[in-house]
Design a protein around this ligand. Structure first.
Ligand SMILES: NC(=O)c1ccc[n+]([C@@H]2O[C@H](COP(=O)([O-])OP(=O)(O)OC[C@H]3O[C@@H](n4cnc5c(N)ncnc54)[C@H](OP(=O)(O)O)[C@@H]3O)[C@@H](O)[C@H]2O)c1
Length: 323
């Protein structure tokens, strides 16, 4: 038996329950992983509240690191004792241990600690695919990135700096502004105090930006469109403030804009691509260009507290559950 967080109904953080669950031996193509760190991501909130569908009851979480403790038949590329991380596969990462399909596991390099790895698998691979695949950035580009002091945000700040990109980042407090700046964000706007559309126009001498990465959704969406140059791209990669419904004719009215709503799975698969993405991320970490540690940690049993903090915008950087 092992401890896991499960939910039997959708709702507030209180639906997250700590339960004893059976973790069997791995079957063909599977391994059993004992977690050392479990990342909390905003997508976990979307599942918990029912914005994304999940069969109930269910486990929660899709992003963790740990050690392989048993290998099922047919798995040749992993062995007991290997350190691994993942961010795809079935829900259920909020657990001390679990059985996972081997083909979503990524081996962790020796030079990256479990503590750091627990903050970068989903979040760093998200920055990778946003900046290097969805809208590939090049040195000299200027971008607008919302929630720059978040879990993905602090990695995005450093990745933008490494690429020679001028990043305009929005944040919800002056403390977050300072931290985003220290991670490489060039211009920081506190969008709770300042009009971010006006500030972006000022910073870019009225030109606007060619791309906005908007994970906030409802509250920022229209403003994000107004920050774009003609034929600019809105990458709508999350909806922390609520879902967006809009009239596509606005894209013509505001300058022949493009919009995309990317999902990790469509960029990370096939597995060979996920491993290339991970190599690129790990290289930047090993070179010291991306530094990442948990901004806050919670015991596994306090997952509900972690959700409360994340949803109330009380977290900075990555949030990690320690089993
Ligand atoms: N499409 C993908 O493949 C993919 C993958 C990973 C993550 N994401 C998305 O990326 C975003 C960041 O994820 P994360 O896990 O790193 O979370 P996070 O950025 O650490 O936390 C969310 C942040 O969003 C901001 N925010 C603005 N309005 C909010 C509201 N009404 N409620 C809560 N937060 C609000 C807050 O920052 P301020 O206080 O600074 O405003 C908050 O700290 C999420 O939207 C997530 O869904 C997408």
């Amino acid at each position: 038996m092992t401890l896991a967080i499960r939910f039997h109904e959708t709702g507030g953080p209180e639906v997250l329950k700590l339960e004893h669950v059976e973790v069997g031996a791995p079957g063909p193509g599977q391994v059993r992983v004992r977690h050392t760190g479990i990342a909390v991501n905003f997508i976990d909130v979307y599942f918990r509240i029912g914005r994304y569908p999940a069969a109930l009851p269910n486990g929660l979480g899709s992003d963790a690191v740990g050690v392989v403790e048993a290998v099922g038949p047919g798995v040749t590329f992993l062995a007991e004792g290997d350190r691994v991380g993942y961010m795809l596969g079935p829900l259920g990462a909020y657990a001390e241990a679990r059985v996972m399909p081997a083909d979503v596991l990524i081996k962790l390099p020796d030079g990256i600690s479990d503590r750091t790895a627990s903050t970068i698998i989903m979040k760093g691979l998200t920055a990778q695919y946003l900046f290097r695949q969805v809208y590939p950035l090049k040195a000299g580009d200027t971008i607008l990135y919302h929630a720059a002091a978040g879990g993905v945000g602090l990695i995005a700040c450093q990745w933008a700096r490494a690429l020679g990109v001028t990043m305009i980042g929005t944040v919800g407090s002056d403390e977050k502004a300072e931290i985003a700046r220290a991670h490489g964000c060039t211009h920081v706007i506190n969008y709770n105090r300042e009009n971010f559309v006006e500030r972006v126009k000022e910073i870019t001498d009225g030109r606007g930006v060619p791309v906005v990465y908007d994970s906030v959704g409802k509250d920022t969406f229209m403003g994000s469109l107004d920050c774009l140059q003609k034929r600019g791209t809105l990458v709508s990669n999350g909806t922390t403030s609520g879902p967006v419904v809009f009239d596509v004719t606005l894209l013509a009215a505001k300058g022949s804009l493009w919009i995309t709503r990317p999902a990790m799975v469509d960029y990370a698969l096939p597995r060979s691509n996920m491993l290339k993405m991970a190599d690129e991320l790990f290289d930047l970490v090993l070179q010291g260009k991306i530094k990442s540690e948990p901004g806050q940690t919670y015991a596994l049993s306090d997952a509900a507290e972690a959700h409360r903090a994340l949803e109330s915008r009380g977290t900075i950087g990555a949030t990690v559950l320690v089993p």
